[in-house]
Design a protein around this ligand. Structure first.
Ligand code: NAD
Length: 421
């Protein structure tokens, strides 16, 4: 099948590569010429294990290509998957401007039937708005070409995205259109050979399913963070508590790791967006509001420990920070707790030497032009030596990237856990 992916970020590239891997012809579109230029030159703009090799394999086989040309992209695929960003708007709701711009582009250029698939995480009711945007463009052109809009939220986890896409727990399709559902069944048939993974529901339920999933996961994290804070005060070991409760199948072990607060490109914004959706619907999500508040508090936990040990003025002190991305095996630093910690330390006069196994390029990009109090190290050994040898104390967001080799070269401390000072 010919499939166009609109938006070539974490979700768009993984989706495009995996759909090409199972034999589809895929064209990935993005407005960012630097991104597309890099992809066309054989590079991959993000760090995702296995992605570079998968893209190279499928490019060589002629199954995946990249473009900035919206007319070419719309003409290419019967299926048009929208995977553009939905960042938070000023009031916390999801900013749909990129999604609606993509929809209008499709309406402006389509010349035959198109199935528009909302893969971005979008609030309930967005498919209606996408449908209206396409229809408006068609009306302006004086045509009424057939099209359908469905919801197919993405559940991949950065760092394990290829595995998640190739072997999904479930594939949610929100569709009120029989032909669209049939096409989606055939798109996803190769990913569910042994087991039916497709859950078909109405569009609004699919849109809400994505937010409900992220809200539940964020709730588990905030719950465990609060338990960890309490355990620390009571002299209990949260790791033992985790094993003790995770063994209950009603609870399970996943997503019970306390840390410095959840971050990344999804949980913070999706929790906010769901709170806004509920507000607009006249409902009150009290649990989720508390989750959000607990997370804001947790993001300051390491800075508070440092201040309680050294005092508020950290002038002249140097800190080594291990782990910059919001979680292991990704270079994504959006809303990473490391960023608020760095800002806090530097504001208090400290200098920071930081290292991450995957996110050094992204860190260099984000902190280009920052004052010299922050140094990021491109090489693990050099970074390790400087981080380890150049510090007063270590602070860290736990990074299982370090798990197999918890000690930095010549360095002190066990990095398997955060090292509150
Ligand atoms: P991203 O920022 O990495 O990529 C989005 C891309 O869309 C960018 O490259 C941008 O240039 C491009 N873009 C913006 N407007 C465009 C337009 N009109 N036409 C073509 N391209 C356009 O974002 P992401 O992390 O891939 O997330 C995309 C969506 O998927 C979001 O709604 C997100 O919430 C959701 N999602 C993300 C993840 C994740 O782990 N990153 C997981 C599940 C769902």
């Amino acid at each position: 099948m010919k499939i166009t992916i609109v938006g070539s970020g974490y979700v768009g590239l993984v989706t495009g590569a995996c759909l090409a891997e199972v034999g589809n012809d895929v064209l990935c579109m993005d407005l960012d010429p630097a991104k597309i230029g890099m992809l066309n030159a054989g590079g991959v703009p993000i760090h995702e294990p296995g992605l570079k090799e998968m893209i190279a394999r499928n490019r060589d086989a002629g199954r995946i290509a990249f473009t900035t040309d919206p007319a070419r992209a719309t003409a290419f695929g019967t299926v048009q998957m929208i995977a553009v960003g939905t960042p938070p708007d000023e009031d916390g709701s999801a900013d749909l401007s990129h999604v609606l711009a993509a929809a209008r582009t499709i309406g402006r250029h389509m010349t035959g039937y198109r199935l528009v698939v909302d893969k971005s995480t979008v609030p309930v009711g967005t498919a209606d708005r996408v449908r209206a945007a396409v229809a408006e463009e068609l009306r302006a052109r004086g045509t009424d070409l057939p099209f359908a809009v469905i919801s197919n939220p993405e559940f991949l986890k950065e760092g394990a995205a290829i595995e998640d896409f190739m072997r999904p727990d479930r594939i949610v399709v929100g569709s009120d259109d029989e032909e669209a559902t049939r096409i989606m069944r055939s798109v996803y048939a190769p990913f569910q050979r042994n087991h039916e993974r497709l859950i078909v529901m109405d569009v609004r339920s699919a849109e809400l399913t994505k937010y409900a999933a992220n809200a539940m996961l964020a709730t588990r994290i905030s719950f465990m963070n609060e338990m960890a804070n309490l355990a620390e005060r009571l002299g209990a070991d949260i790791e033992d508590v985790r094993r003790g409760i995770g063994s209950d199948p009603r609870i399970g072990y996943h997503f019970l790791y306390p840390g410095a607060g959840y971050g990344g490109s999804c949980f913070p914004k999706d929790v906010q967006a769901l709170l806004r959706t509920a507000e607009q619907a006249g409902a009150s999500l009290q649990v989720l509001r508390a989750v959000d508040e607990a997370n804001r508090n947790q993001r300051g936990v390491l800075a508070r420990k440092i201040v309680s040990r050294f005092g508020a003025d950290l002038g002249g002190r140097r800190f080594a920070l291990w782990g910059l991305a919001f979680k292991p095996n990704t270079d994504d630093m959006r809303e990473a707790p490391s960023r608020s910690l760095i800002a806090d330390l530097i504001e208090r006069g400290a200098s920071v030497a930081a290292y991450d196994p995957a996110a050094m390029q992204e860190a260099a990009r984000l902190y280009a032009g920052e004052p010299l109090q922050l140094r990021v190290f491109a090489d693990r050994r050099a970074g390790g030596r400087r981080c380890a040898g150049d510090h007063d104390r270590m602070a860290g967001v736990p990074q299982p990237g370090f798990r197999g080799d918890p000690r930095p070269p010549e360095g002190p401390g066990d990095l398997r856990r955060p090292q509150p000072v």
